[in-house]
Design a protein around this ligand. Structure first.
Ligand code: NDP
Length: 461
């Protein structure tokens, strides 16, 4: 009996699917009760089936089982003294997930929800995101269950110093380069850098990114993730003859990523009518005033509700997840993981959304992604759409190595081209592997292949 080409393909797809399922079960068993990590692994694994079918040597080298096990996972005690003189203790984390294409690179998150599962999901995603940027950076992530909300400046400083006193043993400009994430901005990076410098006795600028401009930071780093997300979405829209110009946009969150996504979308002619924090959201039919927003969030460190005091036409609502009920053309989830569930996704689709760009990490549940893809909504997944932050971090590392700063325009231009490239690479991979237009599959495959090839080239290590 002759086996047709189609049957060969079918057999090998089935074999690839079996391999993926087997490794996924092993990951779940080895990392019990880590639902966010399982979710991130599942999304990537499922996308890779056509890769294994076409290139079985990745299965022969068991790349999947190796890539889903961190090279190193650190947890440590972070003791610090509050303003009342009371000793407090938090837990610190750093996952050094993969260093096959460069030093570990990924932010630090300070938020009470942080645990091993969250850090591993973020670190795992970071491997593929960093690979997609085309820059020589591996995957890592870290943080603490410390809650910066309501803490004084002195408390933040003492916490950061204690955190770095332990972390500094494991990082360095060629080893592992942390940056900011939720709850870690320029102020925290400053305290962390100061403590690292003090302990090491040298000015190793490239050990952290997101630094202040006066001591080795890069222009455009603050704006990079938000701007990059908008540049990426603009590329998706262009392919369909659409653009930000004249569109109505909603952006969740009101932190670093959200603020600069709002700013860039508005610069491109969009009207951004809503944003949120974890308490609620504001709706301003005239378009959010970016200067007011920046002052409230970056200078006064106040809640988003304060916006309506200055803009009485704007409305504040208590439930932040209801932001997705506002009709819009483009939605940019820029707050946190799993903020768009199936119900919210259906609501967005029913209200006519045309494109989603994930500024946050894993903001859509797997069910929500299915809703978007099955309705042919343009969908820019986080690891591609929000890669601009880490891309400019790598540019900051390059400037630190050269001891030479670049201008805002120079970095912004590089960021724009990197985002355009990520889009092209992802859309091309999606088509090549039989899922035209599916950027989830395309980004996962393109990010994976580069790292997998480097792993194989470097042997079983
Ligand atoms: P920030 O701490 O600056 O801002 C986070 C924002 O999200 C805050 O407004 C916060 O509100 C809000 N938020 C948190 N939880 C919820 C919730 N459940 N519902 C609604 N709003 C919520 O963090 P970033 O802007 O840096 O990060 C946001 C997202 O982007 C994260 O997923 C992060 O991993 C991702 N990211 C960030 C990068 C960066 O360069 N900073 C790079 C790539 C990805 P509140 O003040 O009430 O907590």
């Amino acid at each position: 009996m002759t086996i047709t080409q189609q049957e060969v393909q079918h057999v090998s797809l089935q074999k690839a699917q079996n391999y993926v399922n087997e490794v996924f079960e092993a990951v779940k068993k080895r990392n019990p009760n880590e639902k966010e990590f399982h979710q991130a692994v599942k999304e990537i694994f499922d996308s890779l089936v056509p890769v294994f079918a076409k290139h079985p040597h990745y299965m022969d080298n068991n790349v999947l089982e190796r890539i889903s096990e961190p090279e190193r996972f650190l947890t440590f005690r972070v003791p610090w003294v509050d303003d009342e003189g009371k000793v407090r203790v938090n837990r610190g984390f750093r996952v050094q997930f993969n260093s096959n294409i460069g030093p570990y690179k990924g932010g630090l998150r300070f938020h009470p929800s942080v645990n091993a599962s969250i850090i591993k999901f973020l670190g795992f995603e970071q491997i593929f995101k960093n690979s997609l940027t085309g820059q020589p950076i591996g995957g890592g992530k870290g943080g603490s269950d410390f809650d910066p909300k309501g803490k004084s400046d002195g408390e933040i400083m003492r916490f950061c110093q204690s955190f770095m006193t332990e972390l500094c043993k494991y990082i360095g400009p060629d080893i592992d380069v942390p940056a900011g994430d939720i709850g870690v901005g320029a102020r925290e990076i400053g305290y962390l850098f100061g403590q690292y410098k003090r302990i090491r006795g040298g000015f190793e600028a490239g050990v952290l990114t997101g630094k202040g401009l006066g001591y080795g930071g890069s222009l455009t780093r603050t704006e990079a993730t938000g701007y990059g997300t908008v540049y990426f979405v603009e590329e998706m829209l262009k392919d369909k003859g659409l653009s930000f110009n004249g569109s109505t946009v909603i952006v969740s969150g009101s932190g670093n990523v959200s603020i600069y996504a709002i700013e860039k979308a508005a610069q491109l002619g969009a009207k951004v009518v809503a944003c949120s924090d974890s308490d609620g959201y504001i709706y301003d039919a005239k378009g959010i005033n970016i200067d007011t927003l920046k002052r409230i969030k970056e200078v006064e460190r106040d809640r988003i509700q304060a916006y309506v005091k200055e803009h009485p036409d704007a409305i504040y609502h208590d439930n932040c997840s209801h932001i997705w009920s506002i009709p819009c053309d483009i939605a940019l989830p820029c707050a946190t993981q799993n903020e768009i569930d199936e119900k919210s996704a259906k609501m967005l689709v029913a209200n006519g959304v045309k494109a989603i760009g994930e500024g946050a990490n894993m903001p859509s549940t797997l069910e929500a992604i299915d809703v978007f893809l099955s309705h042919s909504i343009l969908f820019g997944p986080a690891k591609a759409a929000n890669a601009g932050g880490v891309a400019v971090s790598a540019l900051e590392m390059a400037q630190n190595s050269m001891r030479m700063p670049w201008s805002f325009e120079e970095v912004d231009e590089k960021l724009y081209h990197i985002m355009k490239n990520i889009y092209q690479t992802s859309i091309t991979a999606a088509k090549e592997y039989g899922h035209p237009g599916n950027l989830v599959v395309g980004a996962n495959i393109a990010g994976f292949i580069k790292v997998a090839d480097a792993m194989i080239a470097q042997g079983v290590i």
